[in-house]
Design a protein around this ligand. Structure first.
Ligand SMILES: Cc1cc2nc3c(=O)[nH]c(=O)nc-3n(C[C@H](O)[C@H](O)[C@H](O)COP(=O)(O)OP(=O)(O)OC[C@H]3O[C@@H](n4cnc5c(N)ncnc54)[C@H](O)[C@@H]3O)c2cc1C
Length: 388
């Protein structure tokens, strides 16, 4: 039976799938994106919208720096809100400030063309930028390279922009069997030169053996959106000490272990939630507040109220005022021992999964490196074989 044919078929319309579609469209390919949901509704709209480039290291940093250029380009082309004020980090203890100073030294500009990545701030500076009460910190930092988007509008705007460039989107269309050159979907078969599988945690359903081999399970996160009278705007995504024991550039510092030990010893209740106490403020003034992390093969649909109670109590301790909850939701992403699961499971079938909570930061860059790289190599191969 003959099937439709596209140069590239992408399964999943989250930020990684959109990045794959962009990489393919930029190279002149015909592209189909399928998604089983009726609209973009996965992790890519449920997150903080925090594009945290400086806190990454290794391959994640390479992907992040490529993603940064793509985010800036897409915001221009697709016309969505992007904020360049940079991440703020509030240090409430000397060891947190020490960690930030260490990172600032590591990332000191080597040439005059390099951007300053870590600006150390005194207590007055961080408190006024982050709308915190006077005397609540010992100092902090600003990470000027970092960006912020509103996840509820950014992914949809990128989708509309790609559609205007000829990328076809087929929603309410689930992928089943995937093999080299062909995807069986709930609306029939599609032939493809390249298949990109960007289904996040659902990789454990489409390719269960692969997920098991790589130790990939699910991570469920509780989130809130709140309003609060802070007196002024928070000038950028705000991280706390709990974030300093998460992201790899922070945990790579010598000071990190002391921060972790102190926080875990002082607040085992927060450590049990695997808390990342952080905040992003949306253009309407409301704040996204989170988050807790529950890991396992299945995430309970029932969210214990304890996590939300902690978020609200800790919000009040930090900002000095009680917030009102506007919305609650749960997000899920794939998690594993490595930060990424990238595999060509059969010739021309690329699996691209971010297996930790940095897909908004790295996903566009991952797609450009992996999918763009694959297409470039295939084009070189074709040119060479035609020439010989
Ligand atoms: C609460 C929360 C907060 C976060 N905060 C941040 C942050 O501030 N910064 C950051 O960098 N990262 C953050 N992350 C992580 C980031 O959001 C994710 O890593 C990223 O969105 C993953 O993108 P994705 O495209 O792989 O997945 P998704 O956006 O989940 O998209 C996967 C898509 O695949 C589709 N799909 C699945 N199976 C099939 C199938 N069989 N057929 C067809 N379609 C299928 C799904 O319907 C879905 O639309 C956060 C995540 C969560 C949950």
């Amino acid at each position: 039976m003959s099937a439709e044919r596209f140069d590239v078929v992408v399964v999943g319309s989250g930020i990684v799938g959109l990045g794959a579609a962009l990489a393919a469209a930029d190279r002149g390919c015909s592209v189909l994106v399928i998604d089983r949901a009726s609209e973009i509704s996965g992790a890519s709209i449920r997150n903080f919208g925090h594009l945290c480039f400086t806190p990454q290291s290794g391959i994640a940093r390479d992907y992040a720096l490529t993603a940064r250029e793509l985010w800036l380009r897409l915001a221009r082309e697709a016309g969505f809100w992007i904020d360049g004020a940079g991440t703020l980090v509030a240090a409430r203890h000397d060891d947190e400030l020490q960690l930030l100073r260490e990172l600032a030294e590591q990332r000191e500009p080597r040439t005059s063309a390099d951007l300053v990545e870590v600006e150390i701030l005194d207590a007055h500076e961080i408190e006024s930028l982050a709308a915190l009460p006077a005397g609540s910190t010992v100092g902090g930092a600003r990470l000027p390279l970092d960006l912020q988007v509103n996840p509820r509008e950014a992914a949809q705007a990128i989708r509309d922009h790609l559609a205007s460039r000829g990328v076809e989107f087929r929603m309410r269309t689930a992928a089943g069997r995937i093999e080299s050159g062909r995807v069986e979907t709930s609306r029939g078969s599609v032939d493809a030169g390249l298949v990109v599988v960007a289904v996040n945690h659902d990789i454990d359903q489409l390719f269960p053996d692969l997920a098991e081999r790589h130790g990939v399970v699910r991570c469920g996160l509780d989130m809130l959106r709140v309003t609060a009278d802070l007196g002024r705007a928070v000038a950028g995504p705000l991280l706390t000490g709990w974030s300093l024991i998460r992201y790899s550039a922070f945990t790579g510092t010598a000071a990190s272990e002391a921060v972790r030990r102190r926080l875990v010893d002082a607040r085992p209740d927060l450590a049990a939630l695997d808390l990342n106490q952080m905040y992003t403020q949306l253009p309407d003034g409301s704040l996204i507040v989170g988050d807790s992390h529950w890991k396992g093969p299945t995430i309970s649909p029932f969210q214990p109220e304890g996590a939300a109670t902690v978020f609200l109590t800790e919000f009040e301790r930090l900002f000095g005022c009680r917030p009102d909850v506007v919305e609650r939701w749960q997000g899920v992403y794939a998690t594993g021992p490595q930060e990424f699961l990238i595999d060509e499971v059969s010739p021309g079938v690329l699996v691209t999964v971010v297996t930790t909570g940095i897909g908004m930061t790295t996903g566009l860059g991952l797609a450009e490196h992996v999918v763009g790289g694959h297409l470039d190599a295939a084009a070189i191969h074709l040119t060479e074989s035609r020439a010989s």
